[in-house]
Design a protein around this ligand. Sequence first.
Ligand code: EPU
Length: 432
Amino acid sequence: MQKYVIKGGKPLYGEIEIGGAKNAAVAILPAALLVDGVCRIENIPQISDVTLILRIIEELGAEVRFLNKNTVQIDSTHITSCHVPDELSRKMRASYYLIGALLGRFGQAVVSMPGGCDLGSRPIDLHIRSFESLGAKVDVVSGYVHATAPEQGLHGTTIYMDQASVGATMNTILAAACSNGRTVIENAAKEPHIVDLANFLNSMGADIRGAGTDVIRIHGVQHLHGGSYSIIPDQIEAGTYMAAVTAAGGDVLIRNVIPKHLDCITAKLVEMGAQVEEMGDAVRVTRTGALKRVNIKTMPYPGFPTDMQPQISACLCVAEGTSVVNEGIWENRYRYVGEFRRMGAQIQVDGKIAVIEGVNRLMGASLRACDLRAGAAMVIAGLAAHGETEISRIFYIERGYENLVEKLQGVGADIRLVEDGNEETQREADVG
Ligand code: EPU
């Protein structure tokens, strides 16, 4: 196991290249199971969640071959199993996409209940209700979801999502893409990765319209053919580095982004006192003066993303004045607060509300990452702090950030990977 050691207090200067979107990749790779042929998928991020999902797909019988470090070729012609074992599935949340993909292509799926970061209760009732509306029989037995389509296949229908769930919207698209007839998803989630999944499937022959709005219409097709597709840049990875520059100060060009996807993040960083300049497929972030307090409420896209809440809170710890953060999606996304307090941060949490009293400086401390975005926020706090910060349990961070150390070193950060001999950390990594 390894940990990060950061010597903070240095502004960041230079350029960072953003990789492919994690939350698009973890849906598009399972979507390749729907394709009767060979898919070539580019701009795949090199992160452990992607490694895991590719391992699962391979175990099901797909041929997976990397053409270069960010391009993978998947041939799902000879799938031999629709059973996803527990030891792989429970290590990540996105394994639930295998239910929709396997059910859609083969009419059956047996997938262990998903794991993933602990952000509070993470039910999949909306996914199950959608599969049932499409005609599937779904049972949860001994921790496994068993889903079976009727003999004549899944049938189109209208599905109203009680909540605009990202995962349930994507899973419904996966199950319905090759069903009989027309499916309408109302109150669908609108995140950029939903549009990306629909674009991927459409480029393989699906007929999905309206992704990116709250009504998605899917005309089921008989067959999806192979093809090539490139995944969109990661909105949250870009936002994380934008927040890092805002917290640590400096001037960084962040390349390979879709600036429109960053609007909700840019608006808050500008309100805090950073300058953000859009330049085609890049944004330049500059911060020299003091940071100002802001209020944040996380919401589904195009609102401020919950996956940026810990990172912006790291910035607010060193802003002038009192900020109020309202977590609107997850019930337990403040588990990092105790770690920030070790650095001298002044934060009070009451349910979904955090009140952050900005301090002049954070002090380096020894921290433990507790989930993916919380871990990224600890890196930001470490970059802004005076003195040395150590962050252990970095396997959480590696689930979603490709080459984080190299990218930050490239803009002058003093961050190193060192061996972490702690056996307890090793045991936790083993259980995902
Ligand atoms: N919900 C239900 N029932 C369901 C599904 C969701 O009640 O069947 C509730 C959840 O409890 C939550 C809300 O609906 O309160 C939204 O959940 P959603 O389904 O949108 O989240 P998700 O699909 O499980 C994805 C991302 C998360 C991100 C959320 C919100 C993936 C693999 N995960 O999760 O990403 O926070 O959308 O944008 O795409 C991360 O990347 O760090 C991460 C946690």
